[in-house]
Design a protein around this ligand. Structure first.
Ligand SMILES: Nc1nc2c(c(=O)[nH]1)N[C@H]1C(S)=C(S)[C@@H](COP(=O)(O)O)O[C@H]1N2
Ligand SMILES: [Mo]
Length: 306
C-alpha cells in the first residue's frame, strides 16, 4: 500500500516543520493502523486545524515525565514500569444512558472516524506544561456511533486497574479505578479527543495506551489514561482527585490563571524541556482554547465551579 507521502499528499500548513513531520506518513481520510515495518504499528492520521503552531516537546520528554499513578507516584515510574500492562486485546465497555451499549474492541473504535493528528498544549494542575502531538478521534464520533440517550447529561470514564500489572494499584496508592468525568457538552466538543497515538506511532504505555482521553483546555488529570469504561449518566460523576481532595480538585478543572490551587499559584507554568531554571510563562485561561470553549461556561462562576 502506498503511504501518504509516497502518494504525494501534502499536509495543511498548520503545524511546525520539525524533522519528524517529514518522516511521518500522512494519509488524509484514512483512519486506522498501518504496518510500517515488521511489527511496527503506525498511526495513519490527517492533520487538523485544531493543532497549535507551537513546537512539540520531544518524544523523550513526553514519554519520561509522566503522571500515571497506577505505576507509582514518581514522574519516571510510568516509563520504567508501564511495559507490564497488557494492551492487546483491549475493549471498552460503553454503558448507561446509551442506545447501543456493549463491549467495543479497540479496532471497532479506531474505525468510528478517520484518525487525526492533534498537536495540543497540555497543562498539568501541578503547573508544568508540554506540547504533545496526539493521534486520535473526537470523542463525539464515538458517542454518535453508540447513540447518546436523551436523558444523558454527563460522561464518566474509568481507567484499567490491574493489581498484577500495575504496582500502584497493588499498593492501593489511590482508590482505583482512576475515574474522571465530563459534562455532555464538554464531551461532545470537537477538541475533546480519544487519543490512540503519539508522534505518529501507537500510544506508548506510559501515556495511557491503547486509548486515553485528552481535554486540552482542562488540567491534565481530567485526561484519563488506558480507558476501559465509558458510562453515560444523568448525574455529575465523581472523579478520583475530587473525591480525595475536594477543596483542591474540582469537577471542572478548567485551566485558569485567575483561580489558584490552595497550595500554589496557577498564574504561570514551567514548560518541560526548557530546563528547570528556564523562565516561567504566563498561564492562559482555558489553556489558550478560550475562543473555542469559553461559551460552554457562559453564566457560570468559574471560581465556584473550579
Ligand atoms: N489513569 C490515569 N490517568 C491519568 C493519570 C493517572 O494517574 N492515572 N494522571 C493524570 C495527570 S495528573 C496528568 S498530568 C496526565 C499526564 O499525561 P501524560 O503522562 O501522558 O503527559 O494524565 C492524567 N491521566
Ligand atoms: Mo496532572
Amino acid at each position: 500500500m502506498k503511504q501518504g507521502w509516497e502518494a504525494g499528499l501534502g499536509r495543511a500548513d498548520v503545524t511546525p516543520r520539525t524533522a519528524w513531520l517529514n518522516r511521518r506518513q500522512i494519509m488524509a481520510g484514512l483512519g486506522g493502523l498501518a504496518l510500517a515495518g515488521p511489527g511496527q504499528a503506525r498511526m495513519v492520521a490527517s492533520p487538523s486545524p485544531y493543532s497549535t503552531d507551537a513546537a512539540p516537546n520531544s518524544l523523550e520528554d513526553i514519554t519520561n515525565y509522566n503522571n500515571f499513578y497506577e505505576f507509582g507516584f514518581n514522574k519516571t515510574d510510568p516509563a520504567a514500569l508501564a511495559h507490564r500492562l497488557t494492551t492487546d486485546p483491549w475493549s471498552v465497555e460503553i454503558d448507561g444512558l446509551v442506545e447501543r451499549p456493549g463491549s467495543y474492541g479497540l479496532a471497532d473504535i479506531l474505525g468510528f472516524a478517520p484518525l487525526e493528528e492533534r498537536i495540543y498544549r497540555f497543562r498539568c494542575v501541578e503547573a508544568w506544561s508540554m506540547v504533545i502531538p496526539w493521534t486520535g478521534l473526537p470523542l463525539a464520533a464515538l458517542l454518535d456511533r453508540v447513540g447518546v440517550a436523551p436523558a444523558a447529561q454527563y460522561v464518566a470514564f474509568a481507567s484499567v486497574a490491574r493489581p498484577d500489572e500495575m504496582p500502584g494499584v497493588a499498593a492501593k496508592l489511590l482508590d482505583w479505578p482512576y475515574r474522571e468525568g465530563l459534562r455532555l457538552d464538554e464531551a461532545m466538543h470537537p477538541l475533546t479527543l480519544l487519543a490512540t497515538g503519539l508522534y505518529g506511532e501507537a500510544l506508548p504505555k506510559q501515556n495511557g495506551a491503547p486509548i486515553r482521553l485528552v481535554v486540552p483546555w482542562k488540567y491534565g488529570f481530567k485526561s484519563a489514561k488506558s480507558i476501559v469504561r465509558i458510562t453515560l449518566t444523568d448525574t455529575q460523576p465523581m472523579s478520583t482527585w475530587q473525591a480525595m481532595q475536594p477543596k483542591e480538585y474540582g469537577f471542572y478543572a478548567n485551566v485558569n490563571p485567575e483561580v489558584d490551587h490552595p497550595r500554589w499559584s496557577q498564574a504561570s507554568e514551567r514548560r518541560i524541556g526548557e530546563g528547570f531554571f528556564a523562565e516561567r510563562v504566563d498561564t492562559v485561561k482555558f489553556n489558550g482554547y478560550g475562543d473555542l470553549v469559553a461559551g460552554l461556561y457562559a453564566g457560570q462562576d468559574l471560581a465556584a465551579d473550579y
